[in-house]
Design a protein around this ligand. Structure first.
Ligand code: MRU
Length: 331
């Protein structure tokens, strides 16, 4: 199914012991793959957002561990370098720890990649019934094929609904400052033939007030034990606006994004990124002080439903039982 509905270039390629990443910073203008020669190079590519999106950085780190293993490097040191590249998305540490426990590094990295695609498909199946004929969906950042693999997470229900012939439209928040919505989601969904409208992040609440948005659907970098969702900066504002305007707010993510060991979203380290991301493309005062938190926390109480590869859940208590390692699938 994935191959039929997503025609994007893959975010990464592994072939015969060599590894390439699609440079997402150059999209949609240029499709350029950069070879990554070592785990350190992969860590740098994760930090500078050549590759980004929680599941994708986990998969890239897994291939980074395979490179380190192949080169006879100290695996523990490579693991530490990769995990330190970005602090917020739990998928990164999840994948690296899994690689440390693996006997065959290449086979394990490929298994993580393959399973990710399967989880996207299952997320789509869990959420597709929410996408009703004629509805309008708001999304924030990019939780699509570029950020994951195959169908993406928040985009998976959209891809499956579109493939089934459901007519719906999507408002894409541009997602300041790195513009993952404007550059990546708009590109991805337009190429798939969906009805897409780009908006400034600050326009979303207004459109809700006008009755033009039926639901919000976003991804997550980490979902904590209590159901709090940590996602791209601006997501919290979307969720608050949804509650005020009585618009359902859904979070889509795979089991690898669930962190049962962290109790609350407020316990998660929120990455602060370089000020140049904020000031680089806009006229402003030279030397102005800047804050650039890259993520924020949506409290569980603002989430209508958690769309996972193990089903659609409507109360946080269901998450731990369904998403713990080894839990039975409920689909
Ligand atoms: O800084 P980014 O681009 O890595 O942030 C990505 C997001 O916040 C996504 O919404 C999240 O990783 C989910 S991707 C399936």
């Amino acid at each position: 199914m994935a191959a039929q509905v997503v025609t994007l270039p893959p975010s990464m390629r592994w072939q015969d012991g060599r590894f390439w990443l699609l440079d997402q910073r150059r999209l949609p203008g240029e499709v350029v793959y950069e070879e990554q020669a070592s785990a350190a190079a992969v860590a740098q590519a994760i930090a500078n957002m050549t590759v980004r999106g929680a599941p994708a950085i986990g998969i890239a780190a897994a291939y980074g561990m395979a490179l380190a293993t192949g080169a006879g490097e100290d695996r523990e040191r490579a693991a530490a370098t990769l995990i330190a590249a970005r602090p917020t998305a739990v998928n990164l540490a999840w994948a690296v720890k899994r690689m440390l426990a693996a006997a065959d590094a290449v086979a394990e990295a490929q298994a993580i990649h393959r399973e990710d695609a399967q989880m996207c498909q299952a997320i789509g199946a869990s959420g597709v019934q929410l996408i009703r004929e004629g509805c309008t969906v708001l999304t924030h950042c990019n939780a699509g094929a570029l950020a994951v693999s195959a169908l993406g997470t928040a985009t998976a229900p959209l891809y499956l609904a579109h493939a089934a012939g459901t007519g719906f439209s999507v408002f894409v928040n541009e997602t300041r400052p790195a513009l993952q919505g404007a550059r990546l989601t708009a590109w991805e969904l337009t190429q798939a033939g969906m009805d897409v409208t780009l908006i400034c992040d600050s326009a979303a609440a207004h459109l809700m007030a006008q009755g033009e948005i039926d639901m919000a659907l976003v991804g997550a970098d980490r979902v904590t034990a209590n159901g709090d969702a940590v996602n791209k900066i601006g997501t919290r504002g979307v969720a608050i606006a949804c509650r005020y305007h009585d618009v359902p707010f859904y979070v889509a993510f795979p089991a690898s994004t669930f962190d049962p060991e962290t109790a609350h979203g407020n316990d998660v380290v929120i990455e602060e990124r370089d000020s140049a991301e904020v000031t680089g493309s806009i006229p402003t005062v030279p030397g102005i002080r800047v804050r650039n938190p890259a993520f924020d926390v949506v409290p569980a109480e603002l989430v209508t439903g958690w769309i996972t590869d193990r089903g659609l859940m409507t109360c946080p208590g269901e998450l731990a039982a369904a998403l713990q390692p080894g839990a039975a699938r409920c689909m």
